[in-house]
Design a protein around this ligand. Structure first.
Ligand SMILES: Cc1cc2nc3c(=O)[nH]c(=O)nc-3n(C[C@H](O)[C@H](O)[C@H](O)COP(=O)(O)OP(=O)(O)OC[C@H]3O[C@@H](n4cnc5c(N)ncnc54)[C@H](O)[C@@H]3O)c2cc1C
Length: 415
């Protein structure tokens, strides 16, 4: 829908991604939804074989040196087939790969990043703990120094791909008494002695990629697996939240697209009271509202991706934009899929069409990678800060003065 914003190379890349999406076997998608599969190794292998994993990474590590917009285009195509596959595609190579690229040594890039981008290995991201996901600083997993190694103890939960992961990017407390942003360290933990993963939840949707429990029981990790230095895990977290939240927005956009197309086709063929139901305003307007929300969501996400890849925008504004994009796109796409189910009547609620799966899948997008309430907090915080420090100082005209009673200073009561 926004082809006019794309370059010829991007249009070609999208075709390549579509070809990959068409390769995805229907049985894989259905078996994942039925939880017959807990980790789709063959999907990642094929993505790696096609050089479609971690495309923002440099060519020398197996990536393509592309940007956020390009990555979004591939994400839309994969997530349009399966939200769950979109997650797996994004988390290991796109997200953890990005952290290794930015915060790992050259040796770690060779040891971990290269096989991940080939699709031979997978890395999960372990942030959330049973006692809380929103409160990052409340982590209780610990890492204690033993000689030149670290010994990690604790639990993480809801970890995508836990069952198939070879590596776990895990945050642990290394200096519990330090200020919040200096007490955590990010580790690349290999699947080794003391690491156990369990597939324990029945999920509403986004199934088959696992959202497992990961237990670390006296896990010995060499110092070289620390990302960005000891006690500096916060920087890794803050960095990762940008591609992570943009990715969640892109996944929602991909996931909602088939629902709009199915509902459009259905309402132009299905008849009631002697006419196609799209002719009823109640139906046609729901589709119109959905397309409007969809275009608006794509625009905001595209704008945010451009802002990130320009490298010219202040990190605080990026934090706000990406939070807006995540919140707006996920809520819009949820509303879109809900509208699409409604205009299809009873058949939309059955498994004759995939809309019932899409609606179960997409509900997650408002909860994970930071709930939408947390997105609101960030937007609020960053906006007020930016307004006071930057925007208000750029204004050369005070809009408050453009009112008849503008001079009534006594009426402008603030306390
Ligand atoms: C299927 C699935 C896959 C997931 N994959 C991963 C993964 O791969 N890796 C990973 O680390 N995590 C993952 N998560 C975890 C997910 O990111 C967390 O569930 C999410 O961040 C919320 O954390 P929580 O569940 O602990 O809820 P809580 O943090 O307990 O929040 C509960 C409610 O309180 C609200 N709340 C909390 N604090 C505030 C506040 N300050 N202001 C306003 N409201 C607040 C929240 O918005 C929410 O509505 C996954 C979750 C699911 C369900």
């Amino acid at each position: 829908m926004h082809d006019f914003l794309l370059t010829d190379e991007q249009l070609k890349l999208r075709e390549e991604a579509r070809d990959f999406a068409n390769w995805i076997p229907k049985e894989l998608v259905l078996d994942m939804d039925a939880e017959k599969i807990q980790f789709p190794h063959e999907f990642l292998k094929e993505a790696g074989r096609r050089n479609l994993l971690g495309v923002r990474c440099p060519v020398k590590y197996g990536g393509r040196g592309l940007g956020e917009v390009d990555e979004g285009l591939i994400c839309h195509e994969v997530a349009s087939v399966s939200h769950s596959l979109g997650c797996l595609w994004g988390v290991g190579a796109g997200l953890v790969g990005d952290a290794i690229l930015n915060f790992g040594s050259e040796a770690l890039k060779q040891e971990i990043l290269v096989p991940i981008l080939k699709g031979d290995q997978y890395a999960a991201e372990c942030l959330t703990e049973p006692r809380g996901g929103s409160d990052f600083f409340g982590a209780t997993t610990t890492a204690k120094k033993d000689g030149s190694d670290w010994i990690i103890n604790g639990q993480k939960r809801f970890i995508v791909g836990a069952e198939g992961a070879d590596w776990f990017l895990a945050y642990a407390l290394t200096d519990p008494d330090a200020p919040a942003h200096k007490k955590l360290t990010a580790f690349m933990v290999p699947r080794t002695k003391g690491v156990e993963s369990k597939y324990i939840y029945g999920l509403m949707g986004t199934r088959g990629g696992g959202a497992g429990r990961v237990m670390f029981d006296n896990v010995r990790v060499p110092e070289r697996y620390v990302l960005n230095g000891v006690n500096d895990g916060f920087e890794v977290f803050i960095h990762m939240m940008i591609p992570e939240r943009l990715g969640a927005a892109n996944m929602a956009i991909g996931c909602a697209r088939p629902a709009i197309e199915i509902a459009t086709r259905y309402t132009s063929k299905r008849k009631a009271f002697g006419t196609e139901i799209m002719n009823f305003q109640a139906v046609g307007f729901k589709v119109a509202d959905s397309v409007t929300l969809y275009d608006a969501a794509i625009s905001l996400v595209h704008n945010t991706a451009l802002a990130i890849q320009s490298k010219k925008v202040h990190p605080n504004r990026i934090r706000r934009l990406v939070s807006e994009a995540k919140k707006f796109a996920t809520e819009s796409c949820w509303e879109i899929v809900n509208n699409c189910m409604q205009v299809m009547g009873g058949i939309g609620y059955t498994d004759v069409y995939p809309i019932e799966r899409i609606i179960r899948d997409i509900r997650l997008s408002m909860i994970w990678v930071g709930t939408n309430e947390i997105m609101q907090m960030i937007i609020q915080h960053e906006w007020y800060k930016e307004y006071e420090k930057v925007i208000s100082k750029q204004r050369t005209r005070n809009p408050e003065q453009d009112a008849v009673g503008a001079d009534q200073a006594d009426e402008k009561v603030y306390e």
